[in-house]
Design a binder for this molecule. Structure first.
Ligand code: NOJ
Length: 765
């Protein structure tokens, strides 16, 4: 029906082009080719000509829908809404889509959005963990799997990747991003966009990606979620914006404006961010959606006078679609703003054009419905679980391994105690942004160890402590967590003793400690990084039994493990490892796979050191570390990029192709990495750069290249990196511009940010 009304010849031309392309390339007809820009534009323009002002305004609203009742159905059939968020049932999606396509006057399909952050049914390791893999191709594969599962139920749009640089681990949303570093963050940003969207927007089994939260949310003051940020221009340009720019270069189709106030101008009403930077400087062609209720919040910020003013200022700033729990400010006010002349129809049409273009590119006009018969074949497919397990294995970071306790010598440990509140908790194995998970299929550490080692060892479990939930989960409305009743004080002591006794009567104790699944994520900031509840006490008592102890951490932020780093011989950071997490941990501990992940942040000793990112500027008496703090060292507990292996590696022969280059030139860096240990294992070679002097002062070192590579015992590989103009360009506060300075540069390559293998080169005018 749509076809008749909108543009018969346009569609005909498009189908013909597919046919010709299919003949030319031998492509299967079921795989639609991307539509040409000209065709899409023609199609959207002719559609816009038929739309009433109300329909145009309707497309700019996205509503939260938990239960699709009569009210929503009326809104959809009336063409008053362009998108719905939070429906995941394919039958409900089809029903609502039928209303949009068959009942609304112009038959414009809805675009269904959802928070597909680390998987849909198959839950992947949390994003901070995926960043710890230092493996962009794994990121791509993981998000492509998530996209496939989401698309199977009819979701066309993922609210990811989350690209906020986070340098304050009190901020709970650190778990959703790639950590503290803009270079690693940019690599992971582009990789995720490729995973979600595929080769082009509308590629089969893929979805539209949405980079968020644009921008500066990660710098919330005090790490308090939603609080304002004050970020200098230089930090914005050099630290917070690069991952977003990388996503735009990778072709991301949409962006979400952030909640918070940025330098006294809320991000959702910030024209500099949403138009000057995003569109004019970067050439972004997609559409911008606000975060949930962020347009209305412009009033709460003390920025907009009322909802009418909020709608005007958000649209003027560059928001195209408003996400809201109930009626949007756009829906309620834009018609009136047209009358007052504060907004022009052309502005509304511009936003429409961007949204309808995305719908057309996604193929929603031709294929608005989902094939319900296929859903069961896609969700949680066995190959998805295998990819997930590999991702969990590649993300884990070995933090300590005294006297080679790991991998476990199976013959030495016949009785193994697994202790801790997270060891057998399915919900806490998957982490915060999972709503459609398959809990029965989720494998805990206890279950993983039983299937890995159970034939030769007796595995017993005791939780030891219970971590109390101090307030209801932010997501109680939509998650399926069943919270067991809280233990009495007496029961707490008994359970603790039971666990300690179990450890004392075993050959080995595996402690699984960390944070509950919802202690990280949105609205989950913490003022302390200590192990919650009585976990620290449990750990110290288990260690006091004198039995060998392995600590497995399940969490989404660095925790205070100073005591553990001195007294627990083996520590494995497993993060929230996802659906197959327990199997991955068991295989890592048993040595079926060798840990190769590296930290995507500097691990502080305690909360008082925050922020302690490695890329800080140098200052007075840099050699005298003791002068920084009176009561603690000024180094982190573990440096950025750190991670051990069961094998050992050396770096040597660092060579630069040139000793001197001019500002426009590049040079090559080569280094030899050798596996000197006895396991086939991965090492992540990391290249750091430092500019000695220039128009602004620069960080002591910055990551500018990395490569994860597998080496057999005694194998040597020569790795090559390039240092070009991009790697040396930065935003200078002195000149208020991007600069490439003539200077002397230091280069280090090695296994983490404390690498000592050094060379230098000069850049002349
Ligand atoms: C608020 C969060 O900040 C954002 O990340 C999320 O995508 C939306 N809610 C929708 O759930």
């Amino acid at each position: 029906m749509m076809r008749k009304q909108v543009s018969r010849d346009c569609l005909f031309r498009w189908l013909l082009s597919i046919l010709l392309l299919a003949v030319a390339t031998g492509r299967n007809f079921a795989q639609p080719a991307p539509r040409s820009d000209a065709d899409v534009q023609h199609f959207v323009d002719s559609l816009l000509q038929k739309m009433t002002t109300e329909e145009k305004i309707g497309q700019l609203s996205q509503l939260f829908v938990f239960d699709s009742g009569e009210k929503v159905e009326k809104t959809v059939a009336g063409g008053e809404v362009g998108s719905l968020l939070f429906i995941t049932d394919p039958a409900a999606i089809n029903r609502l889509q039928h209303l949009a396509v068959e009942k609304s006057r112009l038959h414009i399909p809805l675009i269904f959005g959802f928070d597909v952050i680390h998987g849909f049914r198959t839950i992947f390791p949390v994003p901070i963990a995926m960043a710890a893999s230092w493996d962009p191709s794994l990121e791509t594969e993981g998000q492509a799997t998530a996209a496939k599962e989401a698309r199977a139920v009819g979701i066309n749009w993922a609210f990811a990747p989350m690209l906020d640089i986070a340098r304050d681990p009190r901020w709970g949303r650190m778990v959703e991003g790639a950590g503290e570093d803009p270079y690693l963050g940019s690599a992971m940003a582009a990789a995720q966009v490729r995973g979600f969207q595929g080769d082009y927007i509308g590629a089969p089994d893929h979805v539209l990606a949405c980079m968020k939260h644009f921008a500066g949310y990660g710098a919330a003051e005090g790490g308090r979620d939603y609080d304002g940020s004050y970020i200098s221009d230089a930090q914005m340009g050099n630290v917070y914006l690069p991952p977003f720019h990388a996503a735009v270069k990778a072709g991301v189709g949409s962006a979400m404006s952030a909640y918070m106030d940025l330098n006294d101008v809320p991000a959702t009403g910030n024209r500099w961010l949403l138009t000057d930077v995003l569109r004019q400087q970067w050439g972004f062609k997609g559409f911008v959606v606000s975060d949930a209720d962020a347009v209305k919040s412009l009033v709460k910020h003390g920025y907009a006078r009322d909802l009418h003013d909020a709608a005007v200022r958000a649209l003027n700033a560059g928001v195209d679609m408003e996400m809201a729990q109930d009626a949007t400010a756009f829906g309620q006010s834009l018609a009136a703003t047209l009358k007052t002349g504060e907004i022009s129809l052309q502005q509304i049409e511009t936003a429409d054009r961007r949204i309808l273009t995305a719908k057309a590119r996604l193929g929603l006009f031709e294929h608005p419905y989902v094939d319900q018969a296929q859903v069961a074949n896609v969700l949680g497919a066995p190959e998805h679980r295998t990819t997930e397990r590999m991702a969990a294995e590649r993300s884990a970071v070995l933090l300590r391994n005294e006297n080679g306790l790991l991998p476990l010598k199976k013959e030495a440990y016949k009785k193994i105690a697994v202790v801790g509140p997270l060891a057998d908790s399915k919900l806490d194995t998957i982490g915060p942004w999972a709503f459609q998970e398959d809990l029965p299929e989720t494998v805990t550490v206890v279950e993983g160890l039983k299937s890995e080692l159970g034939a030769g060892a007796q595995i017993s479990f005791a939780p030891g402590v219970q971590i109390a939930r101090t307030f209801p989960s932010f997501f109680d409305k939509i998650d399926h967590s069943v919270h067991p009743p809280a233990w009495s004080a007496e029961q707490q002591d008994q359970e603790m003793q039971k666990a300690v006794d179990l450890a004392g009567s075993s050959d080995l104790a595996i402690l699984v400690l960390g944070e509950l699944h919802d202690m990280s994520g949105e609205a989950a900031s913490r003022q302390s990084l200590d192990l919650p509840g009585r976990e620290e006490e449990l750990m110290e008592k288990v260690v006091a039994t004198g039995k060998p102890v392995v600590l497995v951490l399940v969490n989404g932020r660095p925790l205070n493990i100073v005591w553990a780093s001195q007294h627990v011989p083996a520590i494995l950071e497993a993060w929230y490892p996802g659906t197959q997490g327990g199997n991955a941990v068991a295989r890592l501990l048993a040595g079926d796979v060798v840990p190769g992940g590296k930290l995507p942040f500097s691990w502080p000793r305690n909360v008082g050191q925050i922020p302690i990112n490695y890329a800080h500027n140098t200052t007075q008496s840099p050699e005298d570390q003791a002068k920084r703090y009176w009561d603690v060292q000024s180094t982190p507990l573990f440096p950025f990029g750190f991670g051990l292996s069961y094998s050992q590696f050396t770096f040597s022969d660092l060579r630069l192709s040139k000793a001197k280059i001019n500002a426009d030139e590049s040079l090559d860096v080569t280094v030899v990495v050798e596996n000197t240990g006895s396991y086939t294992a991965d090492e992540v070679a990391q290249l750091y750069l430092h500019q000695q002097y220039g128009s602004g002062s620069r960080p002591v070192r910055e990551l500018k290249g990395f490569e994860r590579t597998e080496l057999k015992p005694a194998e040597r590989k020569t790795l090559r990196f390039k240092i070009g103009k991009d790697e040396r360009t930065y935003w200078s506060a002195a000149t208020r511009s991007w600069v490439v300075d003539p200077s002397t540069f230091d280069v280090w390559v090695g296994p983490d940010s404390s690498a000592s293998l050094h060379a230098s080169f000069a850049v002349t005018h």
